[in-house]
Design a binder for this molecule. Sequence first.
Ligand code: HEM
Length: 475
Amino acid sequence: WRWRNSNNDEPVVINGYFPIIGHAHVLFVADYIQYWVYFLESTWESMKAGGVARCFIGPRTVYNISDPDDFMTVANNCLDRDYFYQFAKPWLGEGLVTSNRVVWTEHRKLLDAACHQNVLDGFLDVFNRQARRLVEELQLEVGRGPFDAFTYTRRNALETSCLTIFGVDPKDKCLSYDNYIEGMEQMFSIIEYRAHRPWLHLDCIYNWSPMKRKEEKCLKTLHQFSSTILKKKKAEYLENRSDKNNEERLNGQKLNSFMELFIELAMENGTFNEQEIREHVDTLMFSGHDMIASVLLYTVLLVGSCPNVQNKVFEELDNIFTNDDRDVTKQDLSQMTYLDAVIKESMRIYPVVPFVTRHIDKNTKLKNCTLSKGASCVLSIYGANRHSVWGPYAERFKPERWMDPSSSPEYAFASFGVGRRTCLGKSYSLMCLKTTLAHIFRSYRVSGDHNQMLAKLDIMLRPVSGHHVSIEMRK
Ligand code: HEM
């Protein structure tokens, strides 16, 4: 008890703890739906306490921060992620999500410089093609009442990731893409399983568990897939480079995927070695996995629940495209200001990553308290997105707030993280989301009821089922 309170400037403790185990009982009894409920309760407690509160998992202190200013202070000053990100290290190695601070600082600079807008613009064709594919697939559901939209958005978004990150077509029969996706899903469940069972956090117990053997099998599939593509792409790159007539290639124009971009950086500047390329590509797949699919689902659900918002989206798209069924261009994207507001507002209401965690590596002074070195910190994205800086109706879905800069405090919009470790895929995601939604809302009128949706929290916020959406043709 003395140890927990050694710092006199600690924030308040969340109710409901027991001696010795603290709040750890929630880890033992909760399932993923209850985790979400518990997370919401602790975030509300933190908001009631002025934006920072703490709880105890056995001897470990865990802070919950929902105040946007304090969120930013911790996000910028404590760059190390908390220890359980290490559970993904056998898969992702020194990729951005799991790397230590020294490697992260160096590689983040390189990747920021590499993933510039020109590279992303090159993906617009893929986004358009994939959006058309999704619209076509959804035709099966027209007029048939509520259906599970998540199965459609998920398959489509995963294929888009495969095309843009690896630069290969998932439909290519020579690749074991289905095995890769299955391996990735299993790896996610293994990480979740381990994270929620404190005794498995100890390597000496985990290494003897059946989960460890399952993990090794998955890793073999996952690493084999990325290594095979890496070998193939590298050979293609070298072949093109030695082809003196291929001027366009020599000038480094029109790279088709992140993998090719990283190979070029490695070959021309010696920036990454092969293992690092594989780890960065795997990390992009891990980080983007399901995120875009979930945002698409939440946005469609929210728009379907608000007919006046949907009409405004139609109006904006009709003005841009009139009756032309052409692809979305870069210029169109910049004109879709209302759709942009709708996406951000959906992400504010349903943040697919509801929190991130950091290791407090030094005593950190916040506005009203001090965090103790050695503790863990949950940065509540959900809490920052609902803080009172968003005004009295922070709970409401109101895209209009984004049209007026005074009612949309961008610094408090935490869905992509804030500060120095913010999401690397932000611009990519917004481009992909806008293109896909523009195609969907040009074709379909959606109806839904987001209040009926049940959510669960595993590593991210997921719908328990994506039902409650129905679609009709617009024309
Ligand atoms: C709408 C979809 C997405 C959301 C909501 C999202 C959200 C986030 C969040 C909250 C973080 C953690 C930031 C922090 O720790 O402060 C993050 C990190 C990251 N995201 Fe995303 N993300 C999305 C899509 C993507 C995509 C598609 C990619 C890759 C193509 C990606 C790549 C990354 C990477 C590499 C990191 C680690 C950054 C670092 O530690 O330096 N994300 N993302």
